[in-house]
Design a protein around this ligand. Structure first.
Ligand SMILES: [Zn+2]
Length: 540
């Protein structure tokens, strides 16, 4: 019995691990690499055709996004996951396939003009649909025998609707006529505590080996954050000014949490003087995800939510909630002058319908734009948070007069204390912890903390490493392989950045000198700078 590390090793996306016994081959997650990619991932050492089972911890694309690709490579086994993950992954994989197709189409339009060969999408909507037929749901806490050597059980990880940690029992021959038994747990992504709707992560107390995520291994969330009060104040103030509240939010998870808070505010009459204010959810993916959340997935919800449902209350439904879908319906939202809340994708404002709503609301000082999630550097969301005064949207200059607000820490990941608590529940184990799904700093901090507080051995393997679970020893310790292209780009970048900064300093000197001169010169210079900015694509 052995474990091969393939993806999300010293990285936070592209989760994939291979577990093999004498008669069964299992993949745990099959995620897509997104954003910053530092290390080269090892190839799967076996053919996708040989894989018997794929166990999916949760529906996020960095854990499930390559499932249709695996299908295209010949994977025809069974995909096991919880009911809710299956429903969410259906909409997320179809959405991802649609994006793959659009990107390939865009590349090909450009490529044709440049005489390049046609590129193919990683997979199409049709491929995703076929892969979805391989899904079989499992209930939380139910032990399922997969073969003579493997049994599994899904435990709530409290990270996203349907998310799970997976316990795996292995029983195999030891090669000398006897048998060897080991238990390994894959944490999946571990949730933050006290999240709306879903349960807190469940603790597991026994294992020989634990493969554990470490995303926030070196961070602590703010404590004593009152999200309900946060959003109440923002909504009250904007409605009092007669403005709209525009919230860029991730379609799956965050949007439904916001609906939960808004229902509470409405139910408890905590917003004064604006009875029945409308709330629009303007993203087809968010609307579909909201339907999945609404269906009676009693096995995922926390006690508070279950109690509501039993009283006949749907926790994310209320009067004047409009789930808008068509482009015409989306456009109509801004022609209706009634102050309202608009929740739209994408979460960082880099694409999607949110950009239309920003165009219509950013310039109005009575409106509020509310960030409810992390805004990565270089995104429109981040520059707005940083206080930019003017942006360019759809070829138009839009002045930023709306109030820019940021909700405090709504993370769906456990922080260092949460992760440590989850690890401590095992006590001292016979094998060891393997940290994955983290960047170097997070892994280093968490491994030190687990070692110190539990006395357990902790390893942070790179992609390509192979561990013999029966013998308890490494069969291969892989060295990190950096992605070459990024390397070269970063060296080149730093030289050119210096040159650019020097030119910028010179421009600043010209601006300072002109400020003391004639008004006509100031205007001329201002226009020249704006033209330059436009020429180099400063069009958010
Ligand atoms: Zn996740």
């Amino acid at each position: 019995m052995k474990l091969t590390f393939i993806g999300a090793d010293h990285e936070v996306t592209g989760s994939m691990h291979l577990l093999e016994t004498s008669d069964t081959k299992i993949l745990i997650d099959c995620g897509m690499e997104q954003g910053r990619n530092i290390y080269v991932n090892a190839d799967l050492p076996v053919s996708y055709k040989e894989i018997d089972y794929l166990l999916l911890t949760h529906a996020h694309i960095d854990h499930s996004g390559m499932i249709p690709f695996a299908y295209l490579q010949g994977f025809n086994g069974t995909i096991l996951t919880t009911n809710a993950s299956m429903d969410l992954d259906r909409i997320m994989l179809l959405d991802s396939a649609h994006i793959q197709e659009m990107q390939a189409e865009y590349e090909n339009r450009k490529g044709k003009r440049a005489g390049r060969d046609e590129v193919k999408p990683a997979y199409t909507v049709e491929d995703a649909q076929k892969a979805l037929e391989l899904f079989r749901p499992v209930a939380y806490n139910e032990r399922v025998e997969l073969s003579d050597t493997v049994a599994v059980r899904f435990i709530d990880a409290g990270h996203l609707l349907g998310s799970a940690s997976i316990e795996i029992w292995l029983k195999d021959t030891d090669g000398q006529g006897g048998t060897v038994e080991k238990k390994i747990v894959f944490s999946g992504d571990i949730g933050n505590t006290d999240k709306p709707l879903i349960r807190d992560p469940q603790y597991i107390t026994e294992a020989d080996y634990v493969v554990m995520e470490s995303t926030y291994g070196n961070r602590s969330h703010e404590t004593d954050v009152d999200h309900l009060e946060d959003i109440r104040r923002i909504i009250q103030e904007a409605l009092d000014r007669g403005g709209n509240i525009v919230i860029p939010a991730f379609a799956v998870g965050r949007t439904q949490e916001l609906l939960y808070f808004i229902r509470l505010l409405k139910d408890q009459n905590l917003i004064h003087g604006h009875d029945g204010f409308p709330v629009y959810v303007d993203s087809p993916l968010a609307v579909e995800a909201t339907h999945v959340f609404r269906e009676n997935l009693m096995d995922c919800y926390d006690d508070e939510t279950k109690e509501m449902i039993q009283k006949g209350i749907n926790p994310i439904e209320f009067d004047n909630l409009v789930l808008s879908i068509t482009t015409e319906e989306s456009t109509a939202i801004n022609f209706n002058p009634t102050p309202k809340i608009i929740i739209a994708a994408a979460g960082m404002c880099n694409a999607g319908r949110i950009r239309h709503h920003l165009k219509h609301n950013l310039w109005r000082s009575e409106c509020s734009i509310v960030f409810a999630g992390y805004q990565a550097e270089g995104t429109l969301g981040r520059v707005l948070q940083d206080g930019i005064e003017k942006v360019r949207l759809f070829g138009e200059d839009i002045v930023v007069r709306a109030h820019i607000e940021t909700m405090k820490d709504m993370s769906s990941h456990a922080d260092q204390e949460g992760l440590l608590k989850w690890a401590q529940a095992y006590g001292r184990i016979s094998g060891r912890f393997f940290l994955v799904h983290g960047e170097d700093e997070g892994m280093a901090a968490l491994s030190a903390s687990i070692r110190e507080n539990t006395g357990n051995e902790v390893d942070c393997p790179y992609s390509g490493s192979v561990f013999d679970l029966a013998a308890g020893e490494w069969l291969n310790v892989a060295e990190p392989i950096f992605i070459k292209k990024d390397d070269e780009i970063s060296v080149r970048n730093s030289e050119h950045n210096n040159e650019l900064q020097a030119a910028m300093d010179q421009l600043q000197a010209v601006v300072d000198r002109t400020k003391q001169g004639a008004n006509a010169d100031k205007l001329k210079l201002a226009r020249a700078i704006l033209k330059l900015a436009e020429k180099y694509g400063f069009a958010f």
